[in-house]
Design a protein around this ligand. Structure first.
Ligand code: HDE
Length: 689
């Protein structure tokens, strides 16, 4: 009989040697396994035996490895961290998590919405921003997005929205994108989605990094203090690195360059100790303020401008630990808006109210058991006691007879079990909003009728470049609508209620006549523009947390290269060397310098700025390399700073990178430029709507 263990060098002893002192391989039931290479057969070339419990168990388990992916937010990336409360808000909330100086463990999962678990990281899409706080009073989940408003006002529309935006039911495409018939058919028929559409068509849906986007609780919630007094609140996450987005052409090309662009970026930042941080802010207001607004604070398609109610910072979240296992943690984490702690409460927002039902159902469906709270990533870190018992996959072993209450077992010396506490969560009992009590009505409140004022507010708060991006996104997305010819004009008819100029630009871009203005349920009003809504008006001049790609080739000046690397690293940014061969390039001083990435696999879209350091000979060689020309061309087209050695000029010329404020030599000017994008360049490189 042939012994494959020795003749192939593939198993048995060889394998053990390779894994050093590794623990003994066993079955799920702890039985040591002697051969993990060959199944048990009847004769050398005969059929496999049913008796082979090792094979059977291994394949059985493998066959059941997958669980249903999330219906929305299927693709996500998670990390552990800590939240530290930095301000005393005991006058507003009694929650332990907000006690000044309190540190609370957190788990965060960022996600795209429409695509499947294996889809790309950079489609035009909303990003989920879900935070689980393991507080000493139980888990609090703030399950938000990177956009402060939502598409719909009532949870009953959610399945329609999701069906419309996901891949079309018959053909199963497109994956992870809204640029298709069914989404725009639905959206153009839902005027209440217009405000969110403005955000979705802006660069907010093209974040440069998960570390560089804001987060929002979206709904109005309540804070409750020790006296039981409630205030309304909206939650905000502000990234310490500032907000930064890519532009559309760059995001498209990122899909080809790196499917895992955001996941990798998050992992590598945490892995290298550059821990991402966000400040948690609150906008607090009362009923009198709510009543005085021209919109309803219970309507999730509306925001409260920061200029009207400033955001007060009350704590900082730091993500400092990558997961040990993606499935066990990031996939199995179960967020529930119903996970709430004393000191925080819900509002009557009808979208939030619907979510309170939905998430519990979905977790049971995904994780298969009502005991999903026992999975380590979901389990509270504080003690947990109740009389819930049994169920599939019960992993706890409750002792004694106390599985009911009231009971008098203690009188008999037995364990009686937990008791209710006055300090426990108690729903706020006060008139806190319109329709708090009343008749049962399947109706939308009249205060929810204005669908366009805040869409206009958003559009008019953007700078000219951002407005051009929004108009161009509408053109791009609507140009992907196929046979449903009625859809683009219907959408433009809605946009006329937002801004006549925007509507005209979109109609022109599509090459269609300007349609009649759609009749608004309520005429929009002009609100004072809010600078806080613009990315460009709030961008940080910084290189921190960003990366600079440095293209080199044989002959590159060693001193020049080292100076750029040093200057980039001094700014807490990453310097990443790109060369035609990953083994590296032979520099001017005769030394070999290893590359971090090979040119063909490291296009400039994965960097925030680029330096091109070439000798005359190196440049001559790269003029014949399309990837090098493209490197410069895309950096220029994506409005990035390009620092170049004098000898690299022919490459810039061939790439059409004309001199401007963002094209510099390799000195200080490059580092200063690398902190910015050159949006003024854009009219020279692309026709926007
Ligand atoms: Fe969700 N949403 N959602 N959602 N949502 C889910 O729960 C739902 C909404 C959000 O990383 C699901 O565990 C309804 C708004 C995030 O695991 C599901 C409605 C906001 C995540 C669900 C909404 C969100 C989800 C799918 C309308 C921003 C990912 C898988 C009433 C405030 C969490 C899951 C993670 C996930 C239902 C609207 C954020 C089906 C019914 C508004 C970040 O339960």
């Amino acid at each position: 009989m042939t012994d494959f263990k020795t003749s192939t060098g593939n198993g048995g002893e060889t394998h053990q040697q390779a894994s050093g002192d590794a623990a003994v391989l066993t079955t799920n039931h702890g039985v040591p396994v002697s051969d993990n290479q060959n199944s048990l057969r009847s004769g050398e070339r005969g059929p496999t035996l049913l008796e082979d419990f090792v094979l059977r168990e291994k394949i059985f388990h493998f066959d059941h490895e997958r669980i249903p992916e999330r219906i929305v937010h299927a693709r996500g990336s998670g990390a552990h961290g800590v939240f530290e409360a930095t301000d005393d808000i005991s006058d507003l909330s009694k929650a332990a998590v907000f006690t000044k100086g309190e540190k609370t463990e957190v788990f965060v999962r960022f996600s795209t919405v429409a695509g499947g678990a294996g889809s790309v990281d950079t489609p035009r899409d909303v990003r989920g921003f879900a935070v689980k706080f393991y507080t000493r009073e139980g888990n609090w989940d703030l399950v938000g997005n990177n956009i402060p408003v939502f598409f719909i006002q009532d949870a009953i529309k959610f399945p329609d929205l999701v069906h419309a935006v996901k891949m079309e039911a018959d053909r199963a495409y497109p994956q992870a994108g809204s640029a298709h018939d069914t989404f725009w058919d639905w959206a153009s028929l839902m005027p209440e989605s217009t405000h969110m559409l403005m955000w979705a068509m802006s660069d907010r849906t093209l974040p440069r990094s998960l570390r560089m986007m804001e987060g929002f609780g979206v709904h109005t919630f309540k804070l409750v203090n020790a006296e039981g007094k409630a205030s309304f609140v909206k939650f905000h996450w502000k990234p310490r690195l500032g907000i930064q987005s890519t532009i559309w052409d760059e995001a498209l090309k990122l899909q080809a360059a790196d499917n895992d662009y955001h996941r990798r970026d998050l992992w590598e930042s945490i892995d290298t100790g550059a821990f991402p941080q966000w400040d948690l802010g609150i906008q607090v207001f009362d009923q009198a303020f709510a009543d005085a607004q021209p919109y309803d604070v219970l309507d999730a398609t509306k925001l409260i401008p920061e200029e009207v109610v400033p955001v007060r910072i009350i704590g900082t979240m730091t993500l400092n630990r990558n997961v040990d296992n993606f499935f066990a943690e990031t996939e199995q984490v179960a967020f529930l808006p119903t996970n709430i702690v004393p000191g925080v409460d819900f509002s009557n927002d009808p979208l939030l109210q619907g979510r309170l039902f939905s998430y519990l159902d979905t977790q049971k469906s995904r994780l298969g058991t009502t005991n999903f709270h026992q999975i380590p990533v979901n389990a509270p870190r504080c003690p947990m006691h109740n009389f819930q018992r049994d169920g599939m996959m019960q992993t706890q072993v409750p002792k004694g007879r106390a599985n009911y209450e009231p009971n008098s077992l203690a009188a008999h010396g037995e364990e009686g079990g937990p008791r209710e506490s006055q300090a426990g969560f108690a729903t706020v009992n006060a008139a806190t909003g319109p329709n708090e009590q009343g008749d049962k009505l399947r109706i939308r409140a009249e205060t929810f009728a204005d669908h366009f004022s805040q869409a206009r507010l958003f559009y008019r708060s953007q700078d000219a470049h951002e407005q051009a991006h929004i108009a161009s996104s509408f053109v791009f997305e609507l140009s992907k609508v196929g046979v449903l010819e009625q859809v683009p004009p219907r959408m433009v008819a809605n946009l006329r209620n937002v801004d006549e100029d925007l509507a005209k630009r979109v109609a022109d871009g599509l090459g269609i006549d300007l349609p009649e203005k759609a009749k608004a349920a309520r005429e929009p009003v002009d609100m004072a523009p809010s600078d806080a809504l613009s990315i460009h008006k709030n961008m940080k001049s910084t290189l921190e947390g960003r990366s600079v790609g440095i293209l080199i080739a044989d002959g590159t000046d060693a001193a020049e290269l080292d100076a750029v690397i040093k200057a980039v690293e001094a700014e807490k940014a990453r310097a990443i060397i790109v060369a035609p061969k990953v083994g590296g390039a032979k520099l001017s001083d005769g030394t070999m310098r290893k590359a971090d990435g090979q040119l063909a696999g490291s296009p400039s879209q994965i960097f925030d700025a680029v330096a091109i350091i070439l000798s005359d000979a190196g440049c001559k060689m790269l003029l014949k390399e399309a990837a090098a020309v493209q490197f410069a061309m895309d950096a220029f087209g994506h409005l990035k700073a390009i620092g170049a050695s004098a000898a690299a000029k022919p490459l810039l010329d061939k790439a059409g990178a004309e001199p401007d404020a963002g094209v510099t030599d390799l000195g200080k000017a490059f580092i200063a430029a690398a902190k910015h994008r050159f949006y003024d360049r854009e009219p020279n490189v692309r026709m926007l709507a």
